[in-house]
Design a protein around this ligand. Structure first.
Ligand code: CUA
Length: 316
């Protein structure tokens, strides 16, 4: 309703109106009670003013119904806010099953975006309209924060781990992207644009790419260059666990614990292999901390993801 005013960002994602509705509800409740209370203060100040220099006030002792009323009404209002807010929060926190995954690496002071097909971008992110997009994000240095006001989404980007954010854009166009976490001298310049395109345009944009090949194929090459393939062999004869079909499965560790093989686990196992050893294997893998960049980690992760038992080419 306020999208025409310059002070209020456009609504350009499926989440935007849900966030705005809650926001305006909170605003309406606040305005209503602020006016009510301010009005009553003025009204009573006048109504019960001291009428003569010698007037003495009378004591008032409690009113049960008054107390019940001003306890129950705020309780009901706050429960509405709680339930409503929780439902919006869960919708924002849980991406749909099928998403278009894009990796984001933040660094002082730029945004690097990496599409699975191999397209890379800096400070500009192209996405198709009407499709759920999941950003898998990490930082090379300090904490940053992705914020796209028109989508009403915002999430921290933290070094050493992957955080997620998802959105579905509803209107083609260009939208501001800000860093919303103070990250040093040029924090205010750490900005970019999200370009929302029609699906056909997006496909054309993707295929007009750099020709560097997909993330997974880059990872495959790296896997050989780093000699990972000497131990991680597909035939279960290697000194390291078989990686084929591993991603998304639950792995039993030497300690007896279970761990789900996700991006964070693959990352940790590359950088610090000793942390979670798979049951049945020796802790012989060297640590790659400091030897592979964040981008190379993403390539390796995508390569491991692509190693499914079903025929190649079906992976996202
Ligand atoms: Cu990055 Cu502020």
């Amino acid at each position: 309703m306020w999208s025409g005013t310059p002070l209020f960002p456009q609504q350009a994602s499926t989440m935007a109106s849900r966030v705005d509705n809650l926001y305006f509800f909170l605003l309406a409740v606040s305005v209503f009670f602020s006016l009510l209370i301010a009005g009553l203060i003025v009204f009573y100040a006048v109504r019960y003013r001291r009428r003569s220099p010698h007037a003495v006030g009378t004591n008032i002792h409690g009113g049960l119904w008054l107390e019940v009323t001003w306890s129950v009404i705020p309780l009901l209002i706050s429960m509405v806010i709680f339930v409503w807010g929780t439902s919006v929060f869960f919708a924002m926190a849980s991406p749909p099953e099928e998403t278009l995954n894009i990796y984001v690496v933040g660094k002082q002071w730029m945004w690097k975006f990496q599409h699975l097909d191999g397209q890379r971008e800096i400070n500009e992110l192209h996405v198709p309209v009407g499709r759920s997009v999941k950003l898998i994000m990490t930082s090379e240095d300090v904490i940053h924060d992705v914020f796209v006001p028109a989508f009403r989404v915002k999430a921290d980007v933290v070094p050493g781990r992957y955080t997620h954010l998802w959105f579905q854009a509803t209107t083609p166009g260009r939208y501001h992207l800000f860093c919303a976490e103070y990250c040093g001298t040029r924090h205010s310049g750490m900005i970019g644009e999200v370009v929302v395109m029609e699906p056909t345009e997006y496909q054309a944009w993707l295929s007009g790419g750099s020709g560097e090949g997909s993330l997974a194929s880059g990872g495959e090459k790296l896997f050989q260059d780093l000699a990972c393939n000497t131990c991680h062999r597909p035939d279960a004869q290697g000194r390291g666990p078989v990686l084929q079909g591993l991603f998304g499965k639950t792995q039993v560790l030497l300690s007896g614990e279970n761990v789900v093989v996700d991006e964070a686990y693959v990352r940790e196992s590359i950088l610090n292999p000793g942390a979670k050893i798979t049951a049945g294997f020796q802790p012989i893998m060297p640590a790659f901390q400091g030897l592979v960049s964040e981008e190379q980690l993403l390539q390796l992760i995508e390569y491991v993801k692509s190693l499914q038992t079903q025929p190649q080419g079906l992976s996202k």
